[in-house]
Design a protein around this ligand. Structure first.
Ligand SMILES: *[C@@H]1O[C@H](CO)[C@@H](O)[C@H](O)[C@H]1NC(C)=O
Ligand SMILES: *[C@@H]1O[C@H](CO)[C@@H](O)[C@H](O)[C@H]1NC(C)=O
Length: 203
């Protein structure tokens, strides 16, 4: 009995130690992750040259710019890996808090918009859906930079209600698989990426 208890006691201590080490590890990992982000208050556009072709027309001004991380989704259609969805989290560059999520509507809206951004506002989420109108190849390692035109918006003016243009800039990775070898129609692959999204409203 005693030995049994002792062993159980030891294993509790072991578990407790493992838990402490684990949470310490998670803490260190989280802290390191935070530090590797832009410093608090940093302007996500400070190191980005926006190509002229991606600029919105005159009469529009920047409303918000958020760094985002997530995945692009590709489905094999028999010839190509076709980008059909995305899933990314946009964060406030100053607080690192989640401000919105990016996804594609299940089907395009009446004006052909599908990529969408939804504010992280449980009471009344604001959504902008848009359609890509300009796309430029910047790096062979990353998905294109694009300018999109809003096709539908909902919610608050402070969020996405008045947004007319969206840009995807400073992309990193997110490309489809290099090969289609062995792929079957309907196969899905996800590809990790990061970008900066900007939102423009009438000035
Ligand atoms: C597959 O996607 C490509 C690129 O979007 C398109 O041109 C082609 O028609 C599609 N093929 C089929 C079978 O849907
Ligand atoms: C994209 O994924 C979201 C969930 O993250 C889903 O609600 C949406 O319907 C998907 N869109 C498409 C086109 O599959």
């Amino acid at each position: 009995m005693r030995m049994g208890f002792g062993r159980r006691g030891n294993s509790y201590i072991f578990c407790f130690r493992a838990l402490v080490l684990l949470s310490l590890g998670i803490y260190v990992f989280a802290a390191r992750d935070l530090l590797s982000e832009a410093p608090a208050g940093a302007d996500p556009l400070s190191n980005i040259q926006i190509p002229a072709i991606l600029q919105p027309p005159s009469g529009f001004e920047l409303h918000a710019a958020y760094p985002a991380k997530g995945y692009q989704y590709y489905r094999y259609n028999g010839s190509y890996w076709v980008n059909f969805n995305a899933s990314a989290i946009l964060r406030d560059p100053a607080t690192n808090k989640k401000v919105a999520r990016h996804f594609f509507l299940t089907t395009p809206d009446a004006l052909g918009g599908q990529p969408s951004w939804e504010s992280h506002n449980p009471r009344s989420p604001s959504i902008v859906t848009a359609k890509s109108i300009e796309s430029i190849h910047v790096s062979k390692h990353s998905i294109n930079w694009v300018r999109l035109k809003a096709t539908h918006t909902t919610g608050s003016r402070k969020e996405f209600r008045d947004v007319a243009f969206v840009q995807r800039l400073a992309t990193r990775a997110g490309l489809p698989p290099i090969s289609t070898k062995g792929a079957k129609v309907g196969d899905v692959r996800k590809s990790k990426y990061s970008a900066v999204y900007t939102f423009y409203v009438p000035s």
